[in-house]
Design a protein around this ligand. Structure first.
Ligand code: ADP
Ligand code: MG
Length: 295
């Protein structure tokens, strides 16, 4: 039978917007020593703003933004949404509106970007790795931020620079974890090293790994699971569709509830309803209090 105290623990956590899917995970939370975060949407807002458009090879800023926006209109990725929004704000009203028939072929390449046929042209939009893979010569620009390169009919058309904001309680979240006895805080991201280092430094994270493909994130968590002794648990906190396999592997898989994808929320052992990373430390503290009442 389940000791009564657990109901208080699960219920008390729920009142604070922390949904724990059963007493087993409340127990596991008490032993968490490593907390691994996804970056985009978990430690950062996941809402990018376009900060620069750099056209190349005779294209205009407008052509770069319009072509990228048409192609990205098929994607739900936060990177894609920022480009479509910038198009809507800057050009949308004065230009022909986007129609679905503008895109006749479309493919999303996880951790890379997208490939689409836009008004008959072959378009690639994505990171350095995508253009490398497609074998398209491009500028390996030395800029601070997330870079979306664009190629039209295999010719480099330029890049769009976008930036995300760190969540307001993310630094507090890391400090509280350390206070709660978590010995290692880690960030995993598919984004580039410059962006990752910047976020990790600002938050005081112990480790970060950048430019990871979705499958690299699974490998990374498995490595942490192998390293930790039996009594020490590894938690992972994420929000995206690609995060579900990583959430499933962790001892305690946690998902952001408001912004998170359905797949992430379903797979998670713990759901943080208001998307605040500081709730991770709060969940650990509540679990320990419950534990000391039950035992
Ligand atoms: P993360 O959630 O850690 O940022 P993802 O695997 O979702 O990791 O994305 C990794 C990188 O792949 C992004 O930073 C971006 O450079 C690129 N990318 C993914 N989807 C798109 C897209 N729709 N358009 C352009 N670039 C994309
Ligand atoms: Mg993500």
């Amino acid at each position: 039978s389940i000791p009564l105290g657990y109901f208080g623990g699960v219920g008390g956590a729920a009142k604070r917007g922390i949904l724990v899917k059963g007493s087993t995970f409340l127990d596991a939370l008490t032993d968490v020593r490593t907390v691994i975060f996804d970056k985009t949407g978990t430690l950062t807002e996941g809402v990018f703003q376009v900060t620069q458009i750099a056209p190349y090879n005779g294209y205009s800023e407008k052509e770069v933004l319009t072509t990228a926006a048409i192609a990205e209109s098929q994607s739900n990725h936060p990177v894609a949404r920022s480009i479509v929004e910038a198009y809507d704000n800057e050009i949308g009203a004065s230009d022909i509106t986007l129609t679905n028939s503008d895109v006749t072929d479309y493919e999303e390449i996880p951790g890379h970007g997208i490939r689409a046929k836009v008004r008959g042209m072959e378009v690639f939009a994505g990171n350095d790795r995508l253009l490398h893979k497609a074998n398209i010569d491009h500028d390996t620009c030395n800029v601070e931020g997330t870079v979306v390169h664009l190629a039209i009919d295999r010719k480099y058309a330029g890049y769009i620079l976008i930036a995300d904001k760190i969540k307001s309680d993310a630094a507090i979240a890391i400090a509280r974890l350390k206070k709660a006895g978590v010995t290692e805080t880690v960030m995993l991201t598919g984004d580039n090293r410059v962006v990752a280092r910047n976020v990790a430094d600002k938050l005081g994270l112990d480790t970060y790994k950048a430019e990871l493909l979705p499958e690299d994130k699974v490998d990374a968590i498995e490595q942490y699971l192998r390293q930790s002794d039996k009594k020490s648990k590894v938690a992972f906190v994420g929000d995206g569709i690609n995060d579900a396999p990583v959430i499933a592997r962790a001892d305690v898989g946690m998902a952001m509830g408001a912004l998170g994808s359905d797949a992430a929320i379903e797979t998670a052992d713990v759901v943080l309803m208001d998307d605040a990373p500081s709730k991770v430390a709060e969940a650990i503290v509540i679990a320990r209090k419950t534990h000391s009442i039950v035992w």
